[in-house]
Design a protein around this ligand. Sequence first.
Ligand SMILES: C[S@@+](CC[C@H](N)C(=O)[O-])C[C@H]1O[C@@H](n2cnc3c(N)ncnc32)[C@H](O)[C@@H]1O
Length: 219
Amino acid sequence: MKIMKGVHLIIIKRNMKVLNLYAGIGGNRKLWKNVNVTMLENNKEIADVYKRFYPLDKVIIGDAMDYLMDNFDKFDFIWASPPCQTHSKMRYLASKRGDYKPKLPNLHLYSLILFLQHFAKHKKWVVENVNPYYKTLIEPTIKLDRHLFWSNFGIGKNKFEKPEVKHKKVTGKTIRYGFDLTGIKLKHRKDQLIRNMVNPEVALHIFDCAFNKGSLNVG
Ligand SMILES: C[S@@+](CC[C@H](N)C(=O)[O-])C[C@H]1O[C@@H](n2cnc3c(N)ncnc32)[C@H](O)[C@@H]1O
């Protein structure tokens, strides 16, 4: 780039614009620094808890898919954690035992991936879910921790420490990844919010893969 004599080039580094879809209480968001985050959550009570932890984030209570379709182009990085219950192996086995009514798998998971693959090629995006009880309809980019990830950049393998309290043993009083819900009054089951969280270290690793370390475009 040619710069005229006497003209100073000022590069202003702006914060990355991040869209955090199906945000829950924000486990995945915890270690992202220097970001402007907009979050989508359709449960107001859960969104209010998120707001306590991240008062500077823009909180939108609404449908993640609707928002994505209208706004995906405004962000540098998109993270989506759609609900996993209807894909989960544990839930499937429990349904077979008669503990739950069997439910159709929610294929919004795949709508999201297809939409992002075709309309958001110029953005960095990642969709997270559990390892399902069936063969995935779209091959994931990687399995990390206990989750599958679909993304348009390479994600390196990595090892993460397991939480102290096992998944099955989590209660509303469990403090996981530094999130403590004990003093917060909620109608929603706290143990579920805690179990739903993505390990912040995993989400940081993925964020770093998208922008810094060894990012590799895959489609
Ligand atoms: C798997 S949890 C997200 C966990 C979160 N990524 C974390 O690390 O803490 C999915 C969240 O999506 C919310 N949700 C479900 N359907 C939604 C929709 N259509 N639009 C927005 N949020 C939705 C649920 O209330 C739930 O809190």
